[in-house]
Design a protein around this ligand. Structure first.
Ligand code: C5P
Length: 312
């Protein structure tokens, strides 16, 4: 199929994710780790615009505080791979130019690349008028990366498998977070390798979702949630970059309810008791010389079409 009708371009967005719980088990034979995780989508979104082009190309702009030059600008970019996978599966004989407008920190542990892939899937689905069911897009998303299905789904969800099996969780109300970025990135595989090294000689328990955390979410109890947050990648990340411990401590000193590493890091998350408190904590961090800080809230919706231009 080579589309000659339909929209001229489509812009879709997808959210950053955080892990309220990240339980990691012993590495599997395929090199991935079994996870029991609770995802929440937060209000930092990237936008991806796709338009027909003679060949696949990618351009990037966005928040100038981000190291945008570190986003792959070739076909290794996960958003381009998402568009190519969808085209291949559905016999679409048309390349697209992919433009990514970034707000989500790069290599920060917030799954920005996965968000871009999810947005590209949704955008190309609309551009090529495929109208695929969400479940079909989730199946493709899982082939692109462990966090991509959740970026499609959004909200709050339990993730199992290597993170790609996602089921929505009951979590009424909103939560306020301060996200503290770092001036260095962490490569996810490196943090998992460090996890393996630290646990080489112990028994690693099967990861499980803690019931007290799910209860705190169901009853929207911020203080209880603060006591139940946990990330098994925190110690490996701190071992690689000890300054992360100092960052986490700075947020607690700034009165955050709880501090947590985001995913494989290095971004740090601070749970706050409402919007006013979050802005106070962000101010305290800035005053202590930490940054960049962003105040945001979750849960928010997953990948969605924002604007459609055209016709061709
Ligand atoms: O799935 P994704 O491509 O995002 O994973 C990136 C890398 O992170 C993997 O190659 C692997 O090294 C590590 N990973 C892992 N276990 C998971 C998810 C990711 O070891 N459950």
């Amino acid at each position: 199929m080579s589309a000659t009708t339909g929209p001229g371009w489509v812009t879709a967005s997808a959210p950053a994710k955080i892990n309220l719980h990240l339980g990691v088990g012993r590495v599997r034979a395929d090199g991935f780790h079994p996870l029991a995780t609770v995802y929440q989508a937060i209000g930092l979104r990237d936008e991806v615009t796709v338009r027909p082009a003679p060949s696949y190309v990618v351009t990037v702009d966005g928040d100038e505080r981000l190291p945008l030059d570190q986003v792959p600008a070739d076909e290794s970019n996960l958003a381009v791979r998402a568009a190519q996978l969808l085209a291949r599966r559905h016999g679409v004989d048309e390349a697209v130019a992919v433009h990514i407008s970034k707000n989500i920190p790069v290599a920060g542990g917030l799954a920005g690349g996965s968000a871009d892939a999810a947005a590209a899937l949704v955008a190309c689905d609309a551009l090529w008028e495929l109208r695929l069911a969400r479940e079909e897009l989730v199946g493709l998303a899982a082939q692109l990366g462990s966090d991509v299905p959740f970026a499609l789904l959004g909200g709050t969800a339990v993730g199992t498998g290597r993170g790609e099996v996602v089921v929505p969780a009951m979590a009424p109300g909103e939560y306020w977070w301060v996200v503290l970025g770092a001036d260095f990135g962490l490569a996810t595989p490196e943090v998992y390798r460090q996890f393996d090294a630290l646990h080489a000689s112990d028994q690693v328990a099967e990861p499980a979702i803690p019931e007290p955390l799910m209860e705190a979410l169901r009853s929207h109890d911020v203080l209880r949630l603060g006591h139940t947050l946990r990330n098994d990648l925190e110690t490996p990340a701190v071992t690689l970059h000890p300054e992360i411990e100092e960052m986490l401590g700075a947020g607690l000193a700034g009165t955050a309810v709880a501090a947590l590493l985001s995913g494989s890091g290095p971004s740090c998350l601070f749970l706050c008791d409402g919007s006013g408190h979050a802005h106070y904590v962000a101010g305290e961090l800035a005053e202590r010389g930490y940054g960049p800080v962003v105040v945001t809230s979750g849960p928010v919706p997953g990948a969605r079409v924002e604007r459609i231009g055209g016709p061709r």
